[in-house]
Ligand binder design. Structure first.
Ligand SMILES: Cc1cc2nc3c(=O)[nH]c(=O)nc-3n(C[C@H](O)[C@H](O)[C@H](O)COP(=O)(O)OP(=O)(O)OC[C@H]3O[C@@H](n4cnc5c(N)ncnc54)[C@H](O)[C@@H]3O)c2cc1C
Length: 483
């Protein structure tokens, strides 16, 4: 990582005046801690700034703008598309000091929290009051609410309950020129003007800095039941998922693991998973106690119709927790195979899931890469993960080709580049594959309206802003072989 850039002394001084000298860090050691997220590229910021209040952020952004210095909002840096990597240096704006849960209101079924609040801590605080906040990214122990909003995070429960955006009633956002916007409000129904809340959710730190969130809560389901079912043929597992959806069933979670993911998890945790099976489905139903029993029985019957080998039903919350450990530990488990990991979240319509799984396996074989497949099958959101070694140039060429083919295949099947991880720098080169020029122009116009100097998280989202893909990209849509 080259360390050539330096910020003007008057800018550093101004930032210190705003947030306090302790919270402006410029040593190489401290900046190195902010050079990465959960993707593989590294890039040093020129300074790390750790504000405590919305007002501090409103004061510092115009000063950065006047110096044309990039500002990269950052939560826990657990992102899988490179959103918080400061590709063009500038300020890494660490939001984690803004970590107060300001209100939990059982009367209004909402909570207000600052952007740096840890996702799991928030869910636990809400649960302690008998309420439920469904968005549950598997990274919840690390991630922040601000990062979740900026990426519009999903998770296992998105199939039944929706994604992060479905729970955001309102936001406090600071725009690049230092204006403080309060979007939305405290009501579920709110059609007063343009829906700025939805615009900022999923904007990946490129339109404004989210400092506070008003989040919708729901009553905690009375009961839940967790099931694990194994298949000898991966196609049967994928077809079970399609059949569950077609039958109008709505499990709270419907997760898929292929044999490779299952084996790495088993060798890591020794949970007694059926490693000779080709695929696993992890299902959860929730709701009133009687309905849960009925739903679980109906699901077991449907799994059996589709040739499931065995169905394990958790008898206690501890057993359920153990089954979820298998799913939630995949990322850590696969990280032991090779030094690096490319984690994708290609998403297809649920009816295309069987074909997508099949084609992902073909891509793994064609490019001879270590590919495991798992994910939120219920909403077609698969996570093909490729384990690799960045020091092996030949392997990396095949990896980058495989990733491009995964995106092309996803789009061929009517899917999208990202179901929940966002675009960042990792998928920006492919944006023109999914979006027509007019659509990208509309997005650029929105960006210019909120951030005319392009200081907020530059080098993300737009294909022209990012470094070229490491291998030549094919044209897309693909040319038919006969043409
Ligand atoms: C093991 C593992 C499992 C994961 N599982 C899931 C999953 O199930 N579902 C899922 O959706 N994601 C998952 N992720 C990805 C990641 O955790 C999410 O994208 C999460 O929302 C990022 O939160 P963060 O606080 O770490 O944000 P960061 O990574 O720090 O930032 C992400 C993006 O948001 C922007 N940003 C951060 N905070 C703010 C703010 N306050 N205002 C404006 N912009 C901001 C950043 O600039 C960046 O573009 C997983 C990641 C890992 C490593």
């Amino acid at each position: 990582m080259p360390d050539e850039r330096r910020l003007p002394a008057d800018l550093i001084h101004a930032l210190e005046e705003i947030v306090g000298a302790r919270f402006v860090r410029t040593t190489i050691e401290e900046r190195a801690l902010y050079a990465y997220d959960a993707t593989i590229r590294r890039s040093l910021p020129d300074a790390v700034v750790r504000p405590k209040t919305t007002q501090e952020i409103a004061a510092l952004l115009p000063i950065c703008g006047a110096h044309h210095i990039p500002v990269v909002p950052r939560g826990a840096a657990s992102g899988l598309s490179g959103g918080s990597v400061p590709l063009r240096g500038g300020i890494a704006l660490d939001l984690t000091r803004m970590d107060a849960i300001l209100e939990i209101s059982p009367q209004d079924l909402l909570a207000v929290a600052q952007a740096g609040v840890n996702t799991q801590r928030f869910a636990d605080a809400v649960a302690a009051q008998g309420l439920f906040f469904p968005p549950d990214p598997s990274s919840a122990l690390a991630s922040t609410l601000g990062g979740n909003a900026a990426e519009n995070a999903g998770g296992p429960h998105a199939f039944k309950y929706g994604v992060f955006r479905d729970y955001v009633l309102g936001l406090t956002v600071v725009t690049a020129d230092g204006r403080i916007l309060h979007t939305g409000g405290r009501t579920v129904k709110n059609v007063s003007g343009y829906d700025l809340t939805r615009l900022f959710v999923g904007s990946e730190g490129t339109l404004g800095v989210i400092t506070e969130l008003t989040l919708k809560l729901i009553p905690k389901p009375q009961a839940k039941r967790t099931l694990l079912t194994a298949y000898d043929r991966i196609e049967d597992a994928a077809e079970t998922v399609s059949a569950i959806i077609a039958a109008g069933m709505q499990p709270a979670a419907l997760e898929f693991l292929d044999d490779a993911s299952m084996r790495v998890v088993e060798s890591y945790l020794h949970l007694g998973l059926p490693v000779d099976a080709q695929a696993l489905l992890l299902l959860e139903v929730d709701g009133p106690a009687v309905a849960v029993t009925e739903q679980a029985e109906a699901l077991i019957a449907l799994c059996r119709t589709h040739h499931s080998r065995e169905v394990e039903v958790a008898q206690t919350p501890q057993q359920a927790e153990q089954l979820w450990r298998a799913r939630k530990s995949i990322s850590s488990a696969v990280a032991r195979i090779k030094p690096s990991k490319i984690s994708e979240d290609a998403t297809v319509p649920p009816s295309k899931l069987p074909e997508m799984v099949h084609r992902l396996q073909e891509i793994g074989r064609k490019y001879e890469v270590d590919l495991v497949i798992f994910g939120h099958a219920g909403d077609g959101n698969l996570h093909p993960n490729i384990m690799c070694d960045e020091r092996d140039a030949q392997e990396m060429t095949r990896v980058w080709q495989a990733v491009a083919e995964i995106f092309a295949t996803t789009l061929d099947l009517g899917g999208t580049l990202s179901g929940e991880h966002g675009i960042g720098y990792m998928k920006a080169p492919f944006m023109a594959w999914e979006h027509a020029p007019a659509e990208l122009d509309a997005m650029r116009a929105v960006k210019r309206a909120f951030d005319p100097l392009s200081i907020l998280n530059p080098g993300k989202l737009f294909p022209e802003d990012v470094p070229p893909w490491p291998v030549p990209l094919p044209t897309y849509p693909r040319t038919p072989p006969s043409a």
